[in-house]
Ligand binder design. Structure first.
Ligand SMILES: Nc1ncnc2c1ncn2[C@@H]1O[C@H](COP(=O)(O)OP(=O)(O)O)[C@@H](O)[C@H]1O
Ligand SMILES: [Mg+2]
Length: 365
């Protein structure tokens, strides 16, 4: 090798190793041909060991699979790609990285392979998640009210049953069958109560990784928790997607639920402020559909438009028109949908209706 070239390669090595970002080069077959210290530390191997290996060696299969497809695509198009990757490290810490990839050409102009630079966004994700979790607690007040509603009926039923047993006993009219009926009926009520709590508690946990789930199942689960209360306030709910309920989505499930819950709570608050005597009947409509690149979720209410002078401010933090509002719900919705899921959320008036539209990119498989 000529002397100048050796010097240059050394310089490049020092440069790469000084960089805090993990960097690697792969050939067109996906084998690592070079990397820096930061990358070696990340995968807990030496630079020499890594050469010749493939991503499957160091990353979870689903991550490696997805990147195999991304690599193939950018090699075909000579393009670039930015993607977010989440994976557990060896000591089971969840790490979030942004990967920027590009195709590089050899001296003779052939495609050499792919170069990738990784950016660790774990800390900022953690900060964001903390904020999201805090705002979830703010919406929790409404949910506790809802759970209380849900528990009311079975509690009334249970206390009636317990009193009945006392009466049977006093009348000396108790037998094995009555006791086992009593136990069975009571267990049904208790199971119902514990199911509600289970839904509630699983919602409270943050979702740390994106997962694939059925969108309509998630919506159903939200209504398991808040449905009774909405029903109690005489609000109708229209699921417009009835015949098309198999949309699978790749996202943070509990965070998406949190956003939808806030939209539903906001609509419910507004509807409750309208005098029922005027013959008004509140309606919340939920529609979902999918096109080539996006999954869409629309949440609409019929309880009056948003004044033009505030519509551009409602996503700002602390903006609220309610006496005891936090003004945090829609701001968080924006962070969750736009920052965490690379989607978008917007609002528009349609005469007396307000429509919130969420758009989430479909992951290219
Ligand atoms: N469906 C809606 N219709 C009319 N106005 C709404 C609706 N949703 C939200 N807003 C307006 O946006 C403001 C901010 O909402 P949000 O961020 O959820 O905070 P909060 O509910 O605590 O007020 C609300 O106070 C209200 O003025
Ligand atoms: Mg709100």
């Amino acid at each position: 090798m000529n002397n100048n070239l050796t010097k240059e390669l050394n310089l490049e090595d020092v440069l790469l190793d000084t960089l805090p970002n993990p960097v690697y080069y792969k050939d067109t077959e996906g084998r690592f041909i070079r990397c820096n210290k930061a990358f070696a530390n990340l995968v807990n191997a030496s630079k020499e060991e890594i050469i010749g290996k493939v991503a499957y060696e160091y990353f979870p299969k689903d991550v490696a699979d997805r990147h195999k497809d991304i690599d193939k695509k950018i090699i075909e198009t000579l393009g670039k790609n930015e993607d977010e990757v989440i994976f557990p490290t060896l000591n089971n810490e969840i790490k979030y990285y942004i990967l920027n990839k590009a195709v590089y050409l050899n001296n003779d102009g052939d495609i050499g392979g792919i170069v990738c630079i990784m950016n660790d966004i774990t800390q900022s994700m953690k900060d964001k998640n903390l904020l999201i979790q805090q705002s979830k607690f703010a919406e929790m007040g409404e949910m506790i009210a809802s759970v209380a509603h849900q528990w009311n009926e079975p509690l009334v039923e249970l206390s009636a049953q317990i009193q009945r047993i006392q009466i049977y006993y006093d009348m000396n009219n108790i037998d094995k069958k009555k006791v086992s009926d009593f136990v069975n009926d009571s267990m049904i009520q208790i199971k119902y109560m514990s199911d509600t709590l289970f839904d509630f508690r699983s919602f409270l946990k943050p979702s740390t990784v994106k997962e694939e789930f059925y969108l309509h199942k998630a919506i159903d689960e939200i209504f398991e928790i808040v449905g009774k209360q909405i029903f109690y306030f005489n609000i109708d709910v229209n699921f417009e997607y009835k015949n098309n309920n198999d949309i699978k989505i790749y996202a943070y499930e509990n965070e998406l639920k949190q956003v939808l819950l806030n939209l539903i709570n906001n609509a419910k608050n507004k509807i409750n402020n309208i005098e029922e005597s005027k013959g008004f009947r509140g309606l919340i409509s939920i529609n979902t559909y999918k096109n080539k690149d996006y999954i869409h979720i629309d949440v609409k209410d019929n309880a009056g438009s948003i004044p033009e002078e505030i519509i551009n401010h409602i996503f700002e933090p602390f903006f609220t028109t309610k006496a005891n509002g936090t003004g945090f719900g829609l701001y968080m919705a924006k962070i969750i949908i736009e920052d965490k899921m690379s989607g978008s959320i917007s609002v528009k008036n349609e005469e007396q209706n307000v429509v919130f539209s969420i758009k989430i990119p479909i992951r290219n498989k």
